[in-house]
Each structure stands twice: as C-alpha cells, then as structure tokens.
Design a protein around this ligand. Structure first.
Ligand SMILES: [Zn+2]
Length: 591
C-alpha cells in the first residue's frame, strides 16, 4: 500500500515471461501442428487442427537436441546447466559406494524441478499422472496459470509440466493437449495485454522427443547376459558382474561393469535382439569411446575436452553412417590435421542427421551428463523397450505406446518455441545461450531446509552458475566430501554456531511375518558438532558448508543416516536428515 502511494509506478508487476518446460514434446509433432494437421476422429469426421501459429505471433519451432540418453532428468539438468545428478535415473549405480542406490522417483524432487516457480509437488497427483495423464495435465496447466497471476516478485515465471510425457507414453492424443494449451495461453495473453499493456512473452522448451512406436517388444537383456556368463547384481566385484539400473520403460539401457569387460561386452551386446547401437568407454583412454551397430560395424569417437573437438574414426564399416558428414567437414576444411572438428561444426553438419550430434552426445553421455556415468550405453530400435519385471507386472506393455531415450532424432528432437524472438536449432548444452542463461530460476535453498554431501569435483561439472557456490566451489579442497546445509533459519544464527549431527547406521531388517516381533530400529548414533568451513568468499546467509572430521571411523561400503540440528534462541531446530553410503575407505560418498 505504501509503495503504491509513494511511487505510483512501482505497482506490483507480473512476470514478463512465462517459460513452460513441457516434458517430452517432439519437434516433429509441434512442427506439424504449426503447419496444420488433418486427422479423422472416431466417427470418420475430418478435423483440421493448427496451433502456435505465426498469426498468433509465434516464431517457427526450433529443434532442441536432447542428451544421450534422451531422458528427462539428464536433459533438463543439461538445459539449465545444473550440477549433474548422481545417476541418469533415480535408481543408479554409485561407483564410489559400489552399490545400486534406489531413490523414490515419486517423492524426490531433483534440482531442475525445485528451481521452477511452479511444478507439481503433490505425490499423489504425480502418481495420478501415470493413470490419468490428461486430467493431471489439465490440473497442471490450471495451477500454472493461477499461480502466475499471483507472482509479483519475478520477471521470469518457470513451470515444469510432466504429464505431457506420461500422456504420450500412454498413447493419449498430444495434438489435442497442445491445442488446448494454445487456447489457454491465448486467453492468458489477452488478459495480460489488458492488464499490463504489452504482450506476455512465452517460451516453450521440451527435453526430448517421443517415438510414437506402434507396438513394443521387451529386450531380453538379462537372460542374454546371464547366458553369456555374466551375473546381474548390485555391486561390481568380479569381471563378469554387471549392474543394470532400470526404472522406466524406455528404449535405451545403461550398463555398469568392470572397465576391462567393456571391449568384450560391446561386441557381445550387438547380438542382442532389439539393439540399434552400443557405445562404451575405452578402458585405456578416458576420452575415447567405442560405437558399434547391430551389423557389427565399428568406429571410435575421440574427444579433446580442452577445446571440445571430436573425431569419428570408422574401424570397420560405418556404424553411424557418418562418412558423408566427415566428407562434408573435410570439404569445408573444418577438420584439423588430426581429423578433429569443433562441437559446433559437428552440430551444424548433423543437426538433421538420423543421429544428431552423435560424437558430442555419446562422449558426454558416457562421461559427464551424470556423476556416475555408465561404462556402456545402448540405444535400442524404436519398437523395443527395456523395462524391469516389476514395472511390467504393474503395467501391461500393450497400454504403453510411445517412448524415448535412444540416440536417433525421433527420440532426441525436442522443441524451442517463442513468441518474442526467433529461435534457432540447438542442443540441451547450448539452449541457455539463447535466453541469457535462464536468469531468475527459483533459489529453493533460500526458501526451505535441506542438506547434501558435495565435492569440489562434482561442483566443477555445473555449467551455469545460478547460486554463489556454483562459483565459490573452486576454493573447496580437492578430493574431500563436505556437508552443505541450507535453511532460512540459518540466516538468524551466528556464523560460528556449529551444526549438531547424529550419524547412525541404517539397518535393513528382513521383513518379519509378525510385525510385533520385528526388531525396532534403535538409534545408536554418534553425535558431533561440525564447524563451518571458512574458505568460501561469498557464502549466502542461508547456507553453510561443513568439513567432516577425519576420524569419523565409519565402516566401509555401508549405509548411514545423518540428521542435523542447530541451537536456536531457546530450542534446538531440526534441519535435515539424509542417508549416505561410505566408500571402500569408510569415507562418506558424495554421489
Ligand atoms: Zn522427459
């Protein structure tokens, strides 16, 4: 009120830009819809549909080439330039802990989700998305719009809509859903125009495509590997142990194995029915990757990370059919004396290729899109999927009609669509360049309580600094693990006040048939006070970084729980509780 009286111009302003992250919208679908789609409905009536047209002020849709694998968490993390996640999926293999770790995909929220101004946080509704995707989508759009009108703090309003992906997996009509979104956005723009006297800027981004395959067969990778003498397990102890983290129903596979087994496993896996391409890390050269197709053709990809250049060297045949690309790069004198071209030259030469940006995406996929990269990544043919038996028991594969994850363009080509400036074709690692690195993402650490273990090496993979630590991490000592704690409550506390933690072993008791006889978990924790690390130059008031004592004396390769609190003015304030594993030396593992 005071503000309005004193400064009539500083009225509470709405955001200028609405950024909609629509999960899984394919370039070919949105392009078709911009041009006009003719379909026949159940009663044989011909329908003509068009949306996001030039007449409405939208520019032509551009391609947003996904990561490899072309999956949501990995791609969104790359789009926003965040620190890579521990795994490609929410069940992942931790190299340092030598264990498969399962985190609940419904109840956990990843960095890219927490950064949104609005996203569906309700666990029950998230689950509903898998059963009633169209209703959940309608709810998501409705909530987005109503929370937009309540926001008067930000220039950019970020939203993540996940039901668009669920809906396509379940064969709902994506054209219907996009047309209804277009309609709602038009109404929103009209109201905004009236209220603010200018057009609302709209940006739509998606993270990958969708293959709209007709029918799926499940790849028989487990029996295939077992027959070949491999043991599918949860930690790698021998050269024939493989870990196969699997959460969704998608057309790619991650394999973790002892590095020495990779040169044997890659050619072996080309014989598995449903495989299109197998890629693997060369055990002797961290910047060399093998690629083979189902005909046994083989090439090497070499990466020079210093200047981000790539070389494609066919050894036998041409698994990616990239010889014409190499010829065109040669002709344009874009290859150096050793046969390397820049990532941008490869991007320009392969943007519309059946395997877009393959050298860069394979190299990044096997090294840096996650903190625990696989030794082998498989891209499947479009009528095959990989799924574990638990998922298949719950979901009939015949109700499931479209997926993504593979390296080809049908799976990989997402979208960028705007009404305020023309966009151009790009990739998940570059899209932020067109939008000032996505300023004003929600700083969730300033608003809520939480904690995580971090390391300098993990933080160094953050591509776009959004928070002070994204730059400050460089002053962290190398090869150590730190506890990062955040809470608005910390802003009122003395900087030197310690955080008190309890560390206890997590015991997984076998399920007892009689719950009354089941042993009660006992807290036999060790309590200690941690003191803030003083080396950071620009610590925000809501965040503390704590070093861990060297004499923690924890068991190797074991799961623990750490919980922490601080002494407030007259009571202790609980801040966080999280589980962690130890490495073979008994030190906490950051990821
Ligand atoms: Zn997605």
């Amino acid at each position: 009120m005071l503000c309005v009286l004193a400064f009539p111009m500083c009225s509470l302003a709405l955001p200028k830009r609405l950024i909609l992250g629509l999960d899984g919208i394919a370039y070919r679908d949105l392009k078709a819809l911009q041009e006009g789609v003719v379909t026949t409905n159940l009663w044989g009536k011909t329908l003509h549909r068009q949306a996001f047209t030039a007449a409405e002020g939208y520019f032509p849709v551009s391609r947003m080439i996904s990561t490899f694998p072309s999956t949501s968490d990995v791609a969104w993390t790359d789009i926003f330039g965040d620190r890579p996640l521990p795994g490609y999926q929410r069940t992942y293999f931790s190299v340092a802990a030598n264990a498969q770790i399962i985190i609940n995909g419904i109840t956990t929220t990843m960095e890219h989700e927490s950064q949104m101004s609005w996203q569906l946080e309700n666990n029950m509704l998230r689950t509903m998305g898998y059963m009633y995707p169209v209703h959940t989508y309608a709810y998501e759009i409705h909530e987005t719009i109503s929370s937009f009108w309540d926001d008067t703090n930000d220039d950019n309003f970020y939203v993540y809509i996940r039901a668009t992906d669920d809906a396509q997996h379940l064969d709902r009509n994506i054209f219907d859903m996009l047309c209804s979104l277009d309609q709602q956005l038009q109404e929103m723009r009209a109201r905004f125009q009236k209220q603010e006297g200018r057009d609302l800027e709209i940006l739509i981004i998606s993270d990958h495509g969708h293959n709209h395959a007709d029918a799926f067969k499940r790849v028989q990778i487990r029996p295939f590997l077992e027959k070949a003498g491999y043991r599918i397990t949860e930690s790698i102890l021998n050269s024939n142990d493989v870990v196969l983290p699997t959460t969704g129903i998608e057309d790619w596979v991650e394999i973790h194995n002892s590095p020495a087994a990779t040169p044997v496993l890659v050619p072996l896996l080309t014989g598995l029915e449903g495989v299109d391409l197998v890629t693997g890390r060369d055990p002797n050269n961290p910047n060399r990757f093998l690629i083979m197709n189902s005909q046994g053709e083989r090439a090497d990809i070499d990466w020079n990370p210093t200047n981000d250049t790539y070389r494609y060297s066919p050894e036998q045949g041409d698994p990616l059919n990239y010889q014409p690309v190499v010829a065109s790069l040669t002709q344009k004198r874009l290859l150096d004396a050793d046969g390397f071209a820049t990532s941008d030259a490869w991007m320009a030469a392969t943007m519309t290729n059946p395997y877009p940006l393959a050298p860069e995406r394979i190299a990044h996929g096997l090294t840096r899109v996650t903190l625990n990269p696989a030794t082998i990544l498989i891209s499947l043919k479009n009528n095959y999927v990989h799924a574990n038996w638990l998922i298949l028991r719950g979901a009939d594969l015949s109700t499931f009609s479209s997926t993504h994850g593979a390296l080809d363009k049908i799976n990989s080509d997402g979208v960028i669509l705007a009404n305020f400036k023309p966009t151009h074709d790009t990739s998940s690692a570059r899209v932020a360049d067109q939008f000032d690195n996505f300023p004003g993402l929600r700083n969730f650490r300033a608003e809520g309580d939480g904690a995580e273990f971090i390391s300098r090496e993990g933080q160094a993979l953050t591509r776009i600094p959004h928070e002070p630590l994204d730059r400050d991490y460089q002053s962290l000592p190398a090869n150590e693990v730190f506890l990062r704690v955040w809470s608005p409550q910390l802003t009122q506390l003395d900087n030197n006040a310690p955080v008190n933690v309890t560390i206890e072993r997590v015991k997984h008791f076998p399920e007892s048939p009689n719950p009354r006889l089941a042993p009660k978990p006992r807290v036999l924790g060790r309590q200690l006070a941690l003191h803030q690390l003083a080396t950071l130059s620009d610590p925000p008031p809501y965040e503390r970084i704590y070093a861990l004592p060297s004499d923690l004396d924890l068991r190797p390769l074991t799961e623990y729980r750490i919980s922490g609190w601080v002494r407030g003015r007259d009571k202790s304030v609980p801040l966080f509780e999280l589980n962690f594993r130890t490495d073979s030396q008994g030190r906490p593992v950051a990821y």
